[in-house]
Design a protein around this ligand. Structure first.
Ligand code: 6R9
Length: 650
């Protein structure tokens, strides 16, 4: 897609104003669990009543005394006094039913390998791992880090942690050793679980070497557990003193284990994400409310029935992987497909081949993947039979009209509604999303889900008129809300809660509501980029550049990209004697531009995709010395520069 096409596309959306409505067909309506969308939304008006009703679908060791405690805002508590365990609800309770021999996880990868684990098999594997972790001295409340590809051992390890009350922190396997060190040291993990490698586009990416490098700087880690996933290691002799093979670790462990009785508000996991300032944020989720929120939303938004085969392509290193690839489908007793690899290897039909082979019924992915696959044309979606698909879903960034249309026509053959789900790492669950019976408007995530309250407000927190752009806020608590930023309550209050009037959660997104109450997301109000659906903070990228000897100062903004959504555009003030297009040091063949690319990738991992680097003499700053990225963004877009009165220099 070239630039002109993209702008007409966006124009179409901008002018859209809800004139194009896509309604579900009768089959979708007949099957739907929720038949009346508006009525379901009404049911959620009394949030406490609604969420208490939904909490009944789980097995509680002890019911809650109070649904919601708002006495210490913004430290809300849900299902106060309730006792529950995630692993028990996701696995153990199904063992006693006819689901015992149902497939819980179906793992496959770009090589076509396949591992199926029934609920009963998964149960035993989790118990062995839970016992092994206990033997390593892990107790309730201890943290365990994971740096693993999408593989069965990751699911097993996460659930083993929740079983014994350990707090897991999964690190995306595409992040660098610098990022790994930061995340492990922040939570002081005693155990790290990793793998030798991961399959990606026909190659094996070495993960162990990243951990080896990281371990030089992680003093709290006592044990490194190594999954021999790609079979690189043959011998114990290959391992260092504090390393143990996963297989060896669980050898001889019993296949039954107790479930820790967790308080509804006990920590469940910490997941790091990027914000507007440098340090990544350790988003902390707790147990009871999180489970209620994700199970309810997956069931309602994707109409999950017993015979569904659910496939979410979200990696467990991100929130989508936690909530919807792993936990929610298991809490509903469904089968979840776990895929490791790229969407276009060995060829761009690999995903459709999997849909056909296994008969996937619900498919959830990111617009960036769709845009990538669109480039290969319609050949591959025609090659395979995609008739099993009933509902499609989109997450991570706004879906542009062309991608929506392609998904609807080429993947869903105009039969399957697309659930565009807006939510965040912090929200834990879908917040703005339709249900299959809803009338859709391509590009809009439609309305807040039942029990979710949002508003679009101005700087002062007053609601803006319909059709006007404003800040997207959440006005009432919801059960799967994050409870804090790990070890950083000040930042938790500052970033999310202090900006608007009491009790309004600031999402960081801009949005507008149309006449029918449909919400249109209009990008971020802060300095967070979304590159191929991954959150990357501008400041993190700037620090990475600044740590190179050739760079004096950097400002980074997002630059629109037709496939990845955004790429990094960096404005660099270079130190004397450096030039982007000259060798970076005497006698080197590498130009500084290439060297910087390598340097940033090494610091942040492949998620930080560089689009453009320009060398400048100065950067726009406020009088207090803060870089005004807003000015650079406006200039880039050819827009009016707005209020520049606080500017020092342009
Ligand atoms: C789940 C996830 C959150 C940010 C969010 C927004 C963007 C996510 C979206 C969407 C438009 C959607 N976002 N879903 N924008 N439409 N359906 O992506 O979490 O990585 O924390 O990112 O992603 O900007 O604020 P996370």
């Amino acid at each position: 897609m070239d630039k002109t096409e993209k702008s007409t596309d966006q124009q179409k959306l901008a002018n859209h104003n809800g004139d194009q409505v896509v309604s579900p067909n009768n089959k979708v309506i007949e099957r739907a669990i929720v038949k009346d969308w508006d009525r379901e939304i009404q049911k959620g008006e009394d949030i406490e009543k609604y969420w208490a009703m939904e909490a009944e679908q789980l097995d509680w060791f002890k019911k809650w005394d109070e649904v919601l405690d708002e006495s210490e805002k913004p430290y809300y508590k849900w299902f106060v006094g309730g006792k529950i365990n995630l692993a028990y609800n996701a696995i153990d309770r199904w063992i006693k039913t006819e689901k015992r021999n149902k497939i819980a996880i179906l793992y496959t990868n770009e090589r076509g390998d396949e591992i199926k684990l029934t609920y009963y098999e998964l149960y035993r594997e989790i118990n062995k791992m839970a016992n092994a972790l206990l033997n390593l001295g892990i107790k309730k409340g201890d943290t365990v880090s994971m740096y693993l590809p999408m593989c069965p051992e990751l699911v097993i390890s996460m659930l083993a942690c929740t079983k014994i009350g350990a707090v897991h922190s999964a690190i995306y396997s595409g992040l660098s050793s610098v990022a790994v060190v930061e995340r492990i040291n922040d939570i002081k993990s005693k155990v790290v679980i990793t793998a030798d490698g991961t399959y990606r586009r026909g190659k094996i990416i070495n993960l162990k070497s990243v951990i080896d490098e990281a371990m030089l700087q992680c003093p709290t880690v006592q044990t490194v557990v190594l999954v021999n996933h790609t079979g690189r290691y043959n011998d114990v002799a290959d391992l260092r003193g504090n390393e143990i093979f996963y297989e060896r670790l669980i050898e001889g462990e019993g296949d039954s284990c107790y479930n820790e009785v967790m308080d509804a508000e006990d920590p469940l996991f910490i997941l790091y994400t990027s914000g507007s300032t440098g340090k990544p944020k350790g988003v902390l989720h707790t147990t009871g409310g999180y489970m209620v929120g994700i199970a309810t939303t997956l069931r309602n938004v994707f109409d999950i029935h017993d015979n569904d085969l659910w496939w979410s392509t979200g990696d467990a290193g991100w929130i989508t992987g936690h909530s919807y690839t792993i936990y929610a489908p298991l809490l509903l007793g469904s089968t979840t497909l776990i895929y490791e690899g790229a969407p276009d290897f060995p060829d761009p039909g690999v995903w459709w081949k999997i849909v056909e082979k296994y008969g996937v019924t619900k498919f959830y992915t990111a617009p960036t993947a769709i845009r990538h696959l669109m480039r290969f044309g319609k050949k591959y979606t025609k090659l395979y039979n995609l008739d099993s698909l009933k509902i499609l879903g989109s997450v991570g960034e706004p879906i542009n009209y062309e991608a929506w249309k392609w998904m609807y026509e080429e993947i869903g053959k105009c039969r399957t509604p697309i659930m565009d789900t807006w939510w965040q790492t912090e929200t834990g669950m879908h917040m703005i999303a339709p249900m299959p019976v809803a009338d859709l408007k391509p590009g809009s995530a439609t309305k807040p889900l039942p029990g979710v309250n949002i508003a679009i407000v101005d700087e002062e927190g007053a609601e803006v008129k319909k059709g006007k752009k404003g800040y997207l806020v959440i006005t009432k608590p919801w059960p799967s809300m994050f409870r804090s930023l790990y070890n950083d309550e000040e930042r938790f209050e500052e970033v999310y809660w202090n900006h608007f009037p009491d009790g309004y959660y600031k999402t960081g997104d801009m949005a507008r509501m149309d006449e029918d109450g449909y919400i249109w997301i209009e990008g971020r109000s802060d300095d967070v980029l979304k590159i191929a659906g991954h959150r990357v903070g501008a400041v993190e990228v700037e620090s990475a550049f600044n740590s190179h000897p050739s760079v004096n100062e950097t400002a980074v903004i997002g630059k629109e990209d037709p496939v990845k959504g955004q790429l990094i555009k960096a404005f660099l003030i270079l130190n004397n004697g450096y030039d982007l297009d000259l060798p970076f040091k005497d006698g080197s063949n590498t130009m500084l531009r290439e060297e910087l690319k390598r340097h940033v990738r090494h610091s942040l991992g492949p998620v930080a995709v560089l689009g453009e680097m320009v060398s400048v003499d100065s950067l726009p700053k406020t009088k207090s010395g803060k870089i005004m990225r807003r000015i650079l963004k406006a200039k880039e877009a050819g827009e009016d520069l707005g209020d520049t009165s606080t500017l020092d220099d342009l």
